[in-house]
Design a protein around this ligand. Structure first.
Ligand SMILES: [Zn+2]
Length: 95
């Protein structure tokens, strides 16, 4: 049996209680991907000491979890917005 809390949804912007089935909110999926284009490599880059670069990168990665590394490349969010907040947000999504 379902309790009311099972369907509890709250607007991520204003905190309003949302009720599934009443058409009073929007579900917004956001997918952010780091620049997928191939890197630009200069003659200067090719002349560099890559062993030192790789060692520095490996040290930096040791301090990050697998999830943090994934988050730097790709991130997905799902937001619930009440109709009023959605209409404001969709006109100015980048703030
Ligand atoms: Zn709202």
């Amino acid at each position: 049996m379902q309790t009311p809390d099972d369907d509890l949804l709250i607007c991520h912007r204003c905190g309003a209680l949302l009720t599934p089935g009443r058409g009073d909110f929007y579900v917004v999926h956001i997918a952010a991907v780091a620049d997928p284009s191939p890197p630009v490599i200069s003659a200067e880059d090719l002349a560099r000491d890559h062993a030192a670069d790789i060692a520095a990168l490996a040290r930096a990665m040791e301090e990050l979890s697998e999830q943090e590394l994934m988050d730097q490349v790709h991130r997905q969010l799902t937001l619930h917005l009440c109709t009023r907040c959605y209409r404001q947000w969709i006109e100015h999504p980048t703030g």
